[in-house]
Design a protein around this ligand. Structure first.
Ligand SMILES: Nc1ncnc2c1ncn2[C@@H]1O[C@H](COP(=O)(O)OP(=O)(O)O)[C@@H](O)[C@H]1O
Ligand SMILES: [Mg+2]
Length: 295
């Protein structure tokens, strides 16, 4: 199967450069030509080390079918071709079962010779724009899906290695992860399920995977692993025991003052980080609060 590519010229959007590439997918159905017409350049690579361009356009599979809204990631030159081909191998290998769910559907990988040397072209379904909001502030449902997506990618044996907003698309409110150019094979040692909204692990060893630990800390998947108490940070387990927290107070604090302060910061912590549980939790504490604070 051949792919006829028409890409807007570097020098003028009015002009198109045309290339003919061939599929390297041996499972491809009966040979028939397909064509991609690039309408917009989404990213232009530097023409030095790895020249990779990304275009959005239409993929026509046959005359009787509607063209598909597709992105073409094309690497020119040997190094760029290898990078795109490795990314294509992930789409069609370890990550194949995640296509359409957490990563774009892949319409194939094509290679050929061009005036700029050997080229490799990956065709992916267009899946929306990169997220605009800070990842700490995206909708809870989006963040939850992002956690599931990353865990699924790691479970599939891949470490992404370039997790940033421009590589996370907002596909009708669902995250789609792209850009596996820097990714590597990875035997994930994640040791337990990721509990969204639970206190963060204090150390990477509690999760067992550096990329997941760091990314989930960065996007605030968890609540703090520490509670602030009298100018210091104490492990979050002390937030469950006001008396234990009070014992960490400096010696010039009286036990009564230390306990009162411990309850105050615990209440503040729960109100800020567990707003949904706050009212029920406070009702349970009401007797105690009446005695201590007259609330
Ligand atoms: N499947 C896609 N759907 C929508 N936009 C895409 C898609 N793939 C890439 N893009 C857009 O093109 C940009 C560059 O693609 P990417 O694969 O991240 O290349 P690079 O490795 O150069 O960063 C992305 O940040 C995104 O805006
Ligand atoms: Mg990118």
């Amino acid at each position: 199967m051949a792919l006829i590519l028409s890409l807007p010229s570097f020098y003028s959007d009015e002009k198109f450069e045309t290339y003919t590439l061939r599929s390297i997918d041996t499972d491809a159905p009966a040979p028939s030509d397909i064509s991609f017409r690039g309408l917009k350049c989404l990213q232009r690579g530097t023409r030095s080390r790895s020249h990779i361009d990304v275009y959005r356009g239409y993929l026509t599979l046959s005359a009787d079918k509607e063209p598909l809204d597709v992105v073409c990631k094309i690497g020119f030159g040997k190094i760029a071709e290898i990078l795109v081909s490795e990314e294509a191998s992930l789409y069609n290998g370890k990550l194949r079962h995640l296509q359409g769910k957490y990563i774009p559907v892949c319409h194939g990988y094509f290679v050929g010779d061009t005036s700029e040397g050997p080229a490799g072209c990956l065709l992916l379904a267009y899946c929306g724009e990169p997220v605009k909001d800070m990842l700490t502030r995206v909708q809870p449902a989006f963040k939850t899906a992002l956690v599931h997506a990353l865990v699924a990618i790691h479970d599939a044996g891949v470490e992404h290695r370039d997790l940033c907003r421009r590589n996370i698309l907002d596909c009708h409110g669902r995250p789609m992860i792209i850009d596996f150019e820097d990714s590597i094979e990875h035997a994930c040692e994640r040791q337990k399920p990721i509990e969204i909204g639970a206190p963060a692990p204090s150390f990477v060893s509690e999760i067992g995977c550096v990329e997941l630990f760091q990314f989930f800390i960065d996007i605030d998947v968890w609540t703090p692993a520490y509670i602030e108490y009298i100018g210091d940070f104490q492990p979050i387990k002390l937030a469950f025991d006001a008396h234990a927290l009070a014992k960490t107070a400096p010696s010039h604090w009286s036990p009564e003052e230390a306990l009162q302060e411990a309850y105050r910061v615990i209440i503040q912590h729960v109100r800020k980080y567990y707003p949904e549980q706050y009212e029920d939790w406070k009702a349970g504490l009401s007797q105690l609060l009446m005695c201590l604070f007259g609330i």
